[in-house]
Design a protein around this ligand. Structure first.
Ligand SMILES: Nc1ncnc2c1ncn2[C@@H]1O[C@H](COP(=O)(O)OP(=O)(O)O)[C@@H](O)[C@H]1O
Ligand SMILES: [Mg+2]
Length: 353
């Protein structure tokens, strides 16, 4: 019996899971039209209460073919006529906005980037207001590990929108035409999720400067497909593309010029490094010893990114403390910091790889 108190699902993320049994005749269905699939799916499953980990079985074209419920928002809700259904078949990761998620305040520094990004948040909150003035394509650039992905997630979550995370390299197909097809289907899904962010990480992998394209024959086809989607003004309301790169100077000029705004991310200064260390030390699973001098570590780490601080220094030091069944001591932090190779001062930008 359906109960009145069950919430209606806003988003439902499915992944093809195959048949419970297999015979020699085994055809794996592929979704060709997302919008049509959404209708088709609702005709069968509307009214069902679903939770993460459940399976839904097709009863029509591919009887008993299973789809795994990867995520549903709100949890334990009912599929309704307004549920947005996404089938997560490739390496794209769709993250739904949740109450416990990254906020802008969790990003240390990058003040100018935060200023520039405010408009994206406004847009996602109310895309209708913008019409032809929508911010559609924004480029994040700067050294790796400086908070570009973090910022994109924070923008999505603060505006209560989903985000699709895609690595540029996964858009490159194995056959001619495949890359273009992947880009097209990516934007088809984005339309179903809108308002949402499409975050293309390592965009330089696909939109490499034409001077280097002869290294990769199929790249220009992918660049063209991407340009078509980036230009698409029609029926793309509420989809904001954020491209991210560590190597902006390798980016294809035509692609680069399509971005209305370039947002730079910089390496943290001493004060910011201390702040990042302080922020993550709060989450340490082991007690922090009195002798820990955060400023001293921050001073030593000139030229290192936020990721270096968290994943190479803090994590190593915490692991060391855990192995020794000890508190986290200055000695653990110094050991981890000293193990890192020294950064070359004033390295040319293209060294950031
Ligand atoms: N400015 C920052 N504030 C807080 N944490 C940071 C910052 N920059 C990097 N980090 C840490 O480093 C990790 C990697 O950052 P990320 O956003 O993935 O970098 P990018 O996308 O620029 O390569 C984050 O998950 C976070 O733990
Ligand atoms: Mg990243």
């Amino acid at each position: 019996m359906k109960s009145r108190s069950i919430a209606k699902a806003k988003y439902l993320i499915l992944r093809p899971a195959g048949y419970p049994m297999k015979s020699s005749y085994h055809e794996y269905p592929e979704i060709s039209e997302y919008r049509v699939f959404e209708f088709y799916a609702k005709e069968q499953w509307q009214g069902l209460k679903v939770k993460k980990g459940d399976y839904l079985f097709d009863s029509r074209m591919f009887p008993d073919f299973a789809f795994l419920v990867v995520d549903v928002e709100p949890p334990n809700s009912e599929i309704s006529s307004t549920t947005r259904i996404i089938v997560d078949v490739r390496e794209e990761q769709v993250i739904l906005p949740k109450t416990k998620s990254i906020r802008m305040n969790d990003i240390v520094g990058q003040e100018r980037a935060k200023q520039q990004c405010r408009i994206i948040k406004k847009y996602l909150e109310d895309p209708k207001k913008f019409g032809e003035w929508a911010p559609k394509n924004i480029l994040f650039y700067g050294p790796p590990g400086t908070g570009k992905t973090l910022m994109a997630k924070a923008l999505a979550f603060e505006s209560n929108s989903p985000i699709m995370l895609i690595k540029g390299t996964t858009l490159i197909g194995e056959h001619v035409g495949e890359g273009a097809q992947r880009i097209h289907s990516l934007y088809e899904k984005a339309k179903s999720l809108a308002p949402c962010i499409v975050f293309i990480d390592e965009i330089d992998a696909i939109a490499i400067d034409r001077r280097y394209q002869d290294l990769r024959g199929d790249v220009s086809e992918i660049v063209n497909a991407l340009l078509t989607e980036m230009d698409g003004i029609d029926e793309r309301e509420g989809v904001c593309t954020i491209g991210s790169t560590n190597r902006i100077e390798f980016l294809d000029e035509a692609v680069r010029s399509r971005f209305e705004e370039e947002v730079e991310f910089t390496l943290p200064n001493e004060k910011e490094r201390a702040e990042i260390l302080r922020l993550y030390l709060k989450r340490s699973p082991v007690k922090i010893s009195e002798d820990v001098d955060i400023m001293k570590i921050a001073k030593m780490m000139d030229g290192f990114s936020g990721r270096d601080l968290v994943e190479k220094v803090l994590k190593k030091a915490i692991h060391e403390a855990i192995i020794q069944d000890s508190e986290l001591k200055m000695e653990h932090l110094l050991n981890a910091a000293n193990k890192l190779p020294k950064k070359v001062k004033d390295a040319p930008k293209h060294m950031f790889v």
